[in-house]
Design a protein around this ligand. Sequence first.
Ligand code: GLU
Ligand code: MG
Length: 436
Amino acid sequence: MTADEVLRRAAEEGVRFVRLQFTDILGILKNVVISRRDLGRALDGVITFDGSSIDGFVRIEESDMVLRADPATWCVFPWSEPGARTARLICDVCRTDGRSFEGCPRTALKRAIETAQQLGYALHAGPEAEFFLFLTDERGRPTTQTHDTGGYFDLSPVDKGEQARRAMVLTLEEMGFQFEASHHENSPGQHEIRFAHGEALATADNLVTFRHVVRRVAARHGLHATFMPKPIYGINGCGMHIHLSLHKAGRNQFEGKPLSAIGLQFMAGLLHHARGMCAVTNPLVNSYKRLVPGYEAPVDIAWSEQNRSPLVRVPAAAGADTRLELRSPDPSCNPYLALAVILMAGLDGIRRKLPAPPPVNRNLYRLSAEERRQFGVGSLPRNLLEAVGELERDEVVRSALGEHIAGRYIAAKQVEWDVFHDQVHDWEVGEYLSRY
Ligand code: GLU
Ligand code: MG
């Protein structure tokens, strides 16, 4: 869609308000509502806002920022009422002189996409975001009470989330999503909705929209949807596996058995930078409670053609559908930054022609220390602090973020770790209070 088409559609569809959306460095969706009157100005990139209160943006002295709306992201919210039809546009954050702003996560992803383009590649990504639907209490606050007893692929009556999930899919389809599959996940109250893979930027835009829609529709059904990676100890957490392939001149460059040389190098890049990327793909203190053995989440840096415990799996699909599945990311990540670091890590593998290690077609959770050494299998960081240290040391990942974002991101995550670390947790009280 061009800017002119957006203006025409807005008039035709009787749109009254437009939400100009963008995300902060932590991936939190932000927006400012304008009237349709100002839509032309938004598309020209002249709507300013104060960026100083947004996480990771700028200091007070240079707080004026501009939102430049991307006409390709025009979408009328299906839930908006006829008298107050509301649409949204996703924006890049710019400086008032029109220069792009290095603190904008969407711009960081665009930069990575441009680098790939210079080599002739376009990254396609297909995410599988998992989430929990929990009950709310009498005051509407979220609980961690699961409202169903369903397991993997179960259906109603044990799957009590089925109705809400169907409504989510219908809403997403109305918003232009190409729905692929939805199902009950492994844990009670846990669900997954998959939409078709697409180019990296569209996928990142889709993911922020997806999280918004899922939470909104859940609330309409009296439920709380959460993308928190591990809300409950002892059962599966929520991952967001991402299926990845590189395309050149309309052809999937990973096509091969099981992968082409380019595919293997891209994967080697992912494995090489797995520790450095983790603070971005798994950004919360809580993310590391998911990355433990026994819950279908990866712990080890290895790949396999079959089983589900390694970091990268090569699904059986062949031909044009050949892809690899990165299993570490979780749905709390900033999708723009996650795809930016994933793309640059993979390209680094291609540039340096990194060799892929042999596949480990074993249940990695059962590998002994000796076997891990023998197979050369490393581990993902055990906690956010370790992950932040790895990010600081990884030049490729840091430059994918850009120094502005990297610096602010690392500082924010260090504070998050310190606050967590200083707390006295329930586990400690339970474990030590009576014994010591
Ligand atoms: N919930 C699992 C995870 O944390 C993944 C389950 C699956 O294979 O879909 O990654
Ligand atoms: Mg799943």
